[in-house]
Ligand binder design. Structure first.
Ligand code: 0RA
Length: 688
C-alpha cells in the first residue's frame, strides 16, 4: 500500500471511501479498506431528501420496523459512519449515567466476529415492569424509539450522538443483541434479534455489583460495511475521555492478539479534561506559552468548559463540542468564544499600550494565529443547524461563553504579564504578516488577474462548465501530465501538471504561500480565491470549477510525499474542499499481468500472487514504476476513466487527530516523524 494512503486513511485524515466502479480489474480491497457505497444506496439525512420524510411520516411508520426500513434517517448512513455510530449510541447512554454521577468505567470491546460489547458500572437499566407498556423497563428502552430518557426525567441528559436516537435503533439494526443488567443483587438477561425479543427477561445469576452490558452484532443485510475500525473508535473514546474528565474508557480489539495472546487494548482517562486535550493536540508543536488557560464553570445554567493555549505556528485550531458532539460547523458557542477572546486581548493590549509600535491595523483573525482551543458546552435543548446539523443555534449560549472566557482570560493576563506580552507580540506579528501577504497577493493578481483569462498556462481545461460533473487531475510531473492529457475525456476532465516539489504550507507564512507559482496555479485553476478583506484566511469556493479534485501521483515514496504535501495544502488552506468531499486520490496500479490474451491490472502483492497462482507459468508481469510508464490508454483504463478506476475520497474523520498528524509529518521536528513512519513501516510499502 502506498505510504500516503496509509497515512491519510488510518489516522485522522483518511480516504476510505472507495467507489465500486472497477468491474474488470482486481482492486486493492481488503477488510481494512472502508468501502462505501454511499451514492446510490444511502439515504441522505441532510439536504432535500429529508424534507420528504417529515415527523408525521415517522409516526405512521412507528416502531422499529421504521428504523429498519429507513436506517439512514436514524443513524445518518448505512456505511462506515453509521456502523460506528451504533457504538457511540450505546456508549453515550453509559456516559449519561456517568454524568449523572453513577458510573466511572466504560469498557468497549470489538469481538472477534465484529460484534461490539459495551460494559459499564452504572446503576443498571431498570428491569421492573413498565405499567403502560406491560413490558420491563429494559425492554421498553430497547424496543421503543426515543425511550432512552423516559424513566429519569429529572436527570441531566445531555450526552448523545449526533442523531440522538437511542439504543433501540441499535437493537433494530442488529441481527443479535444481548443485554445483561446487574442490579439489586441479581444478573438479568434478555436477547433480541432485529429489535424483537427472542426470550423473556430472566435472572441468570447473582451479582454484588451493578451495571449494564450490551452486546450487539450489526445486521449485514443493512450495513454495507460491517468491519469495525479500531482507530475510529479509539479517536472517539479518546475525545470522550478528554471531554468528561474522570471517566475511564477502555477499548479492546479481540480480533487481533499479540505474540503472547493479548488483544490490542488502550485505556483513555483524563484527570484534567480539556486542559490535557489541548496539550495532546499541540503535542507535536512548539508552544508559545507554557500554560494552558483552562476554565470550567457554569453561566446562565449552561456548563461551559474551555481550554486554550498558543503555539508558534500560523494556524488557528479550535474544536468545539456541544453535549460531547463535535460541532464541525461551529455556532453560537464558537461565536461567544471568539468575541470573548478578541475583546479581552484587545483591551489588555490597549490598556497596557502594547499596540503602539505596530503600524498596522489589527483584525480579529490576528488574535487567533497559533491558537489551539477546545470549547465544550452542555445545552439542555440544543438547536442544531447547518448543512450537516453540526452548528449550534441557541443564541443564549453566545453570552454565556463570552463572559466566561472574558473573565478567565482577563484574570490570566493580569496574573501573567510575561505570557501576556508574548501573546500580544504574536498578534502584532500576525497583523504585519497579513499585510505583507495582502500586498504580495495584490502584486500577483495585477500580474495575472484571477478572473478573466487568469488561468494557468499549463492547465488543460475541460469543455463542460458544469462544476458538478467536472474533474481536475493534479498530476505529478510534466510527462505524466502529457499522458494524462491524451488519456482523458476532455469533455469533463481537466489536467494540471505539477513540476517538482510542492511548497510545504505547514511551515510557510502567508506571503510565501502566495509567492509560490505552483500553489497559485492550483488556486487559479480551481478558481478558488482566498483572503478577501472580510475573511483573510477563508477559501472562497463560490467559483470552484470542479467537484472532483483528484491527486494523481506515482505509487512510490516520492509520489506519496507529493500527495501528502498537496493534502496539507488542502487541509490548511482549502479545507472546505475536503469537507464537501471533493478531494480524491487516484490509485494507479502497481502491475500489469498478461497471459496470452488475458490482461489484468494488480494493485497489491496479493493480487499479483493470485494471478500467478491462477494462470501458472509464462505470465508476463509488467511493474509500473511511475505514471509515465503507462500509455495514455492504460492510464485511462486503470486510473482515470470513471468506469474502471478506483478513487479514494479524502475525509477528515477527526480534525484534531488530523491536525496533530499533519503537524508532526510536516513540521520541524524530525524525531516524532521518524517514530511514526517506523511504527507504521509494515503498512508503508516503501518501494525498493
Ligand atoms: C434510566 C434509569 C436508571 C438507569 C439508566 C436509565 C441507565 C441506562 C443505561 C444505559 C447504559 N447504561 C445505563 N445505565 C443506567 C436508573 C434509575 C434508578 O436506579 O433509580
Amino acid at each position: 500500500m502506498p505510504l500516503f494512503s496509509y497515512l491519510c486513511r488510518v489516522r485522522g485524515l483518511h480516504a476510505p471511501r472507495t467507489r465500486r466502479d472497477v468491474p474488470f480489474a482486481q482492486r486493492p480491497l481488503n477488510d481494512n479498506d472502508l468501502v462505501d457505497y454511499m451514492s446510490e444506496e444511502t439515504f441522505d439525512l441532510e439536504g432535500k431528501k429529508q424534507e420528504e420524510y417529515s415527523a408525521s411520516n415517522i409516526q405512521v411508520l412507528e416502531g422499529l420496523e421504521a428504523v429498519r426500513k429507513r436506517p439512514a434517517m436514524y443513524i445518518g448512513d448505512i456505511s462506515v459512519k453509521g456502523l460506528h455510530h451504533l457504538v457511540y449510541e450505546v456508549v453515550d447512554n453509559s456516559i449519561d449515567e456517568a454524568l449523572a454521577g453513577f458510573c466511572s468505567h466504560i469498557e468497549v470491546a470489538i469481538n472477534e466476529d465484529n460484534s461490539i460489547t459495551v460494559v459499564d458500572n452504572g446503576r443498571g437499566i431498570p428491569v421492573d415492569m413498565h405499567e403502560k407498556e406491560h413490558k420491563s423497563a429494559l425492554e421498553v428502552v430497547l424496543t421503543v424509539l426515543h425511550a432512552g430518557g423516559k424513566f429519569d426525567k429529572g436527570s441531566y441528559k445531555v450526552s448523545g450522538g449526533l442523531h440522538g436516537v437511542g439504543v433501540s435503533c441499535v437493537n433494530a439494526l442488529s441481527t443479535y443483541l444481548r443485554a445483561e443488567v446487574r442490579r439489586g443483587g441479581k444478573t438479568y438477561m434478555q436477547e433480541y434479534s432485529a429489535g424483537k425479543p427472542t426470550c423473556d427477561l430472566r435472572v441468570i445469576g447473582e451479582s454484588d455489583t451493578t451495571g449494564t452490558s450490551i452486546t450487539f452484532k450489526p445486521d449485514s443485510t443493512i450495513f454495507t460495511v460491517t468491519v469495525y475500525d479500531y482507530e475510529t473508535l479509539a479517536n472517539r473514546l479518546r475525545d470522550l475521555a478528554f471531554l468528561n474528565a474522570g471517566i475511564t474508557l477502555t477499548l479492546t480489539d479481540k480480533r487481533h492478539t499479540d505474540d503472547e495472546g493479548n488483544p490490542r487494548s488502550e485505556v483513555f482517562y483524563s484527570a484534567n479534561g480539556l486542559s490535557e486535550f489541548v496539550q495532546y493536540i499541540d503535542s507535536n508543536k512548539e508552544s508559545l506559552i507554557n500554560d494552558v488557560i483552562h476554565l470550567n464553570t457554569e453561566r446562565q445554567g449552561i456548563p461551559v468548559e474551555v481550554a486554550l493555549t498558543y503555539n508558534s505556528s500560523f494556524n488557528e485550531n479550535i474544536y468545539s463540542f456541544v453535549n460531547n458532539i463535535n460541532t464541525i460547523e461551529g455556532g453560537t458557542h464558537l461565536t461567544g468564544f471568539r468575541r470573548g477572546l478578541t475583546s479581552t486581548l484587545k483591551k489588555y493590549a490597549e490598556d497596557n499600550r502594547l499596540l503602539e509600535k505596530s503600524k498596522v491595523e489589527i483584525s480579529s483573525d490576528d488574535f487567533r494565529e497559533g491558537l489551539t482551543a477546545v470549547i465544550s458546552v452542555k445545552v439542555m435543548e440544543p438547536q442544531f443547524e447547518g448543512q450537516t446539523k453540526t452548528k449550534l443555534g441557541n443564541s443564549e449560549v453566545i453570552g454565556a461563553v463570552q463572559t466566561a472566557v472574558s473573565e478567565a482570560l482577563r484574570t490570566y493576563l493580569e496574573e501573567h504579564p510575561k505570557e501576556a506580552k508574548t501573546i500580544v507580540e504574536k498578534v502584532v506579528l500576525a497583523a504585519q504578516a497579513r499585510h505583507a501577504a495582502y500586498n504580495a497577493r495584490v502584486k500577483i493578481q495585477r500580474k495575472s488577474p484571477l478572473c478573466g483569462g487568469g488561468l494557468p498556462g499549463k492547465l488543460a481545461d475541460c469543455s463542460s462548465r458544469i462544476a458538478e460533473e467536472c474533474e481536475i487531475f493534479l498530476v505529478e510531473g510534466d510527462s505524466a501530465g502529457g499522458t494524462a492529457k491524451s488519456g482523458r475525456d476532455r469533455r469533463f476532465q481537466a489536467i494540471l501538471p505539477l513540476r517538482g516539489k510542492v511548497l510545504n504550507v505547514e511551515k510557510a507564512m502567508d506571503h510565501k504561500v502566495f509567492d509560490s507559482e505552483q500553489i497559485t496555479n492550483i488556486f487559479r485553476a480551481l478558481r478558488v480565491t482566498i483572503g478577501t478583506e472580510d475573511d483573510p484566511k477563508e477559501a472562497n469556493l463560490s467559483k470552484l470549477a470542479y467537484h472532483k479534485v483528484i491527486i494523481m501521483t506515482d505509487a512510490d515514496v516520492d509520489g506519496a510525499h507529493i500527495a501528502t504535501l498537496l493534502m496539507t495544502l488542502f487541509f490548511r488552506r482549502m479545507r472546505p474542499i475536503i469537507e464537501k468531499g471533493y478531494l480524491y486520490l487516484a490509485t494507479p496500479p502497481l502491475y500489469k499481468c498478461t497471459k496470452g490474451k488475458i490482461e489484468e491490472y494488480c494493485w497489491t502483492e496479493q493480487q499479483l500472487q493470485a494471478f500467478i497462482a491462477q494462470h501458472g507459468e509464462k505470465t508476463r508481469i509488467q511493474r509500473y514504476k511511475g505514471l509515465g510508464e503507462m500509455s495514455d490508454q492504460q492510464l485511462r483504463d486503470t486510473t482515470m476513466s470513471p468506469e474502471h478506476r478506483l478513487l479514494k475520497q479524502v475525509q477528515i474523520s477527526d480534525a484534531a487527530e488530523a491536525d496533530r498528524i499533519f503537524s508532526m509529518l510536516m513540521g520541524e521536528d524530525v524525531a516524532p516523524r521518524r517514530d511514526f513512519i517506523e511504527a507504521n513501516a509494515n503498512y508503508a510499502n516503501i518501494d525498493a
